[in-house]
Design a protein. Structure first.
Lengths: 314, 534
């Protein structure tokens, strides 16, 4: 299969399935509460509904407010192109690697924070301040934990890292790998606005972090941002699935291998959905001032992973 | 209560103290009913006498309002009511304020609990408390014209008024201090209230609460109405404690008419009252668990609340128990099969509530959010006359069902639940234990339900007489005060809910916490906006 086609296929999968994952988590949570819950496909209907609504912009809105939703979605799509979803064959590896991924995620964050401030309302400013403060703690942990793998693979290219981990099947049992995985998971929980860091279903303005950022956005702008957030979440989950646990990923993109890889990827995402839903059901949201300790722990774990990796490797 | 030899009941010691200390000022001390004593005090001495009653003789401010008697006597009449717990007695100071210069020295200077009451009275009645520490309007928002006082007799509902801006928030100034305005329109389905936080980073320095968006002028609407119309209004003051309002209103009417409802009616009233408490406490516990994102517990509480509401609907004909209580008795009866069914339904509720709370208490993440959050100190609770769950979570042992036994409570055996923490956890614990007590009470009543008629006929109201009803609503002590006019209809109606007393105290237990903890603190009180605004 030509490389270009593979890139398009993988990007399309990430984009198309992104809203469904939240739906699956919601459905499992509802089951755990003995409720019927929303249909999984509701998320797509919500996006369609938002896209059809009028977008209200302040008369004083700067051009930034108009372009931000497109820029954020664009940044998310760019990262999709070089993320290994089904195969470790580098498609767009020349365009971006691990560092570029982290940088683009940071760009999305900053754009969202600026957009939130742009509206000039209290909740936007409050959410932006919380969002940036937590991100500043989560980002180093994200970098360090993936770097642990990157050093072993001697490359920052995401596909090469994935291939390297896949090539040494028992590497994942090493302490450094497990530590890095734990750190990465905490970062994913924080970055995707999940309990115990944030409550994705809250309606209380004063407690919001990720929801507060888009409180003043409406219509198709909101649809774009919601979709971008879902894709971002999918990217982070795929990084966990295919960098840390790359079982089943296709080293050579034969149709059969790709099919197996698709099954493995969807299976891993489903397992993650169960883990997140159960976590959200058995724990409460922590006090905002405890979150830095939580993320500090992620950083520490990532640092330990890196250190033990260097020590054990000699 | 037990007294040492030589010790006086609170009411007697207060009356003796007033005679000794203020003999130059007090005009008359009179027994008007079995449980209310009125003392006429000149307006300029009110603050002094009130201060002594609360500070020295253990009284607690219950209600403060003005009546428009300009037409008949050329004055405004001020009533200041104090509960003298643990004695079932009310001490009322009555004062005349001249029509031409309607002002007197503010009671808030000596009794902080009068804070909102006096501001509200000035807005609605135009009687000005001088030297009030916070002279801003309470209910009169930007939408209110100057010198517009709707509770005065010369205003008729429906008269047109004009707009005039006149409200300012109290600013906190300094480097890095920000103001966060929240509401009155919220992201969720919440009643309208405006909260103005002054913060440094996430830490709250000051909270200014502004209510009044739901002021409907209910007290005005009842003037000149029949008792049944008044009851309709009372039941619609708020949704969640509709039955308590109806009961307090009927209590006031029955005191005026001088009748006591038959035993079976009183027992059924207590039963409905406990169902309402159950319903509210389950809702509030669910709210607390929702706010800390402990979703499984919250979903379970929502299910239990719905079960209780459906039980109420099936047995009493209304999910919020409206239409159960009427002056003189109740309209609904429970036969033996229904009583049995109620016991079975509530036995399930009892087991399930215990299970949910056990798992919530075993969860460290939940407990970490609840403990030490939003502490209401006993001092603040006392100063503001806080009652109900909020007071009992801060060390108080006052409960209207024990102190002022109404309905069937004199015949029933139950504990007053109290905690000393004053935080969100203490309020959760008090509610949890009160749920068990409510279930026990309902069981007791089913076992001992007296027979007999359901309603005692209430005849014409004797003109000019007044009476009051006290009810321990799910949120605290609720009082309704009624006076019959010369045609035997409702002349004046004044009510005060527990929420009215607790709101200013809530504002004081938020500073020192962080902004994202406010919704949890607010939910742990779960005060009513409509009850406060009226």
């Amino acid at each position: 299969m030509p490389a270009a086609l593979l890139v398009i296929l993988q990007t399309a999968l990430l984009v198309a399935l992104a809203p469904a994952w939240n739906g699956v988590v919601g459905a499992i949570k509802a089951r755990l509460q003995m409720r019927r819950g929303l249909p999984v496909l509701q998320r797509y209907r919500d996006l369609a509904k938002l896209a059809g609504k009028e977008t209200v912009l302040s008369e004083d809105a700067s051009p930034l407010a108009r372009v931000t939703p497109y820029l954020v979605l664009g940044a998310a799509l760019a990262v999709c192109t070089w993320t290994p979803v089904l195969t470790t064959r580098p498609g767009m590896g020349f365009a971006g690697d691990l560092v570029m991924t982290v940088a683009l995620l940071a760009v999305m964050r900053v754009l969202l924070a600026l957009l939130a401030l742009e509206a000039g309302t209290t909740f936007g400013g409050m959410a932006a301040s919380r969002h940036l403060a937590l991100s500043a703690l989560a980002e180093p942990a994200l970098m360090l934990s993936v770097f642990t793998l990157a050093i072993a693979a001697r490359s920052t290219d995401l596909s090469r890292i994935s291939a390297a981990v896949a090539a040494t099947p028992d590497a994942w049992i090493s302490p450094s790998h497990l530590l890095a995985l734990t750190a990465m998971w905490i970062v994913v929980v924080s970055e995707t606005g999940r309990v115990p860091v944030d409550n994705p279903v809250t309606h209380l303005e004063l407690t919001m972090i990720h929801e507060g950022l888009v409180l003043d956005v409406s219509g198709h702008h909101l649809a774009l941002l919601e979709w971008a957030a879902a894709i971002r979440q999918m990217l982070l989950l795929t990084l966990v699935a295919n960098l840390f646990l790359p079982w089943g990923i296709a080293v050579e993109p034969s149709p059969l291998a790709l099919l197996v890889a698709l099954g493995a990827w969807v299976g891993k995402l489903a397992v993650f959905a169960v883990v997140v839903a159960v976590t959200e059901s058995v724990t409460a949201k922590m006090r905002l001032f405890r979150v830095p300790e939580f993320l500090g722990m992620a950083f520490l774990l990532a640092l330990l992973a890196l250190t033990s990796d260097s020590l054990l490797r000699g | 209560m037990t007294l040492q030899p030589g010790e006086l009941f609170p009411l007697d010691s207060a009356l003796r103290g007033i005679r000794e200390r203020f003999s130059d000022a007090v005009i008359d001390a009179d027994r008007t009913s079995l449980r209310e004593r009125t003392v006429v005090v000149p307006a300029e001495r009110l603050a002094e006498v009130a201060g002594a009653i609360v500070g020295e003789w253990g009284g607690m401010l219950l209600q403060l309002f003005a009546l428009d008697e300009r037409e008949s006597a050329g004055r405004y009449r001020l009533h200041v009511m104090f509960t003298m717990a643990p004695e079932d007695a009310i001490l009322t100071l009555v004062s005349a304020v001249p029509e031409l210069a309607p002002a007197y020295r503010s009671i808030t200077t000596t009794v902080p609990a009068a804070h909102w009451l006096e501001r509200e009275m000035r807005d609605l009645m135009g009687v000005t408390p001088m030297d009030h520490p916070d002279p801003r309007p309470l209910i009169a928002h930007e939408g209110w014209p100057r010198d517009f006082h709707p509770l005065r007799k010369d205003f008729a509902p429906g008269d047109a008024v004009e707009w005039a801006p006149r409200w300012k928030f109290l600013p906190v100034e300094g480097d890095g201090v920000f103001e966060i305005p929240v509401g009155p329109i919220h992201a969720g389905v919440i009643e309208p209230g405006h909260f103005r936080f002054s913060t440094v980073g996430e830490a709250v320095l000051k909270l200014d609460v502004r209510l009044g968006w739901k002021w409907r002028g209910l007290e005005k609407l009842a003037e000149g109405a029949t008792l049944s119309r008044g009851l309709e209004l009372a039941e619609r003051v708020c949704g969640t404690c509709a039955f308590s309002h109806a009961l307090a209103f009927c209590g006031a009417a029955e005191e005026i008419a001088g009748i006591v409802p038959p035993p079976r009616a009183r027992a059924l009233r207590s039963m409905a009252g406990e169902l309402e408490r159950l319903l509210n406490h389950l809702t509030d516990l669910g709210g607390i668990l929702t706010d800390v994102a402990y979703v499984v517990g919250a979903a379970e509480m929502a299910r239990l609340k719905e079960a209780v509401q459906q039980t109420a609907d099936a047995l009493f004909g209304h999910r919020f128990l409206r239409g159960v209580c009427v002056p003189g008795g109740v309209q609904r009866d429970l036969d033996d099969a229904q009583q049995l069914w109620l016991r079975r339904a509530l036995a399930d509720v009892r087991a399930d509530v215990a299970g949910v709370l056990r798992s919530a208490r075993a969860n460290a993440a939940v407990m970490d959010r609840l403990a030490t959050t939003g502490v209401l100190t006993p001092q603040v609770a006392r100063d503001f006359g806080v009652t109900g769950v909020a007071a009992r979570a801060s060390g108080s042992v006052r409960d209207g069902r024990k102190d002022h036994p109404y309905a069937f409570y004199r015949e029933l055996d139950f504990q007053v639940i109290s905690r000393t923490g004053g935080d969100v956890l203490a309020r959760l614990d008090v509610r949890a234990d009160e749920i068990v007590e409510s279930l026990n009470l309902i069981d007791q009543m089913i076992l001992r339900l007296p027979g007999g008629p359901l309603v005692q006929h209430v005849g014409e109201l004797p003109p000019g007489r007044w009476g009051f009803g006290l009810v321990e609503s799910p949120r605290g002590l609720l009082s309704h005060w009624l006076r019959a006019d010369d045609r035997g209809l409702i002349g004046e109606w004044r009510m005060r809910s527990a929420s009215h007393a607790i709101w200013p105290a809530l504002a004081l237990c938020v500073p020192g916490n962080i902004v994202p903890d406010f919704p949890l603190i607010n939910k742990s009180f779960n005060l009513c906006y409509a009850c406060t605004d009226k």
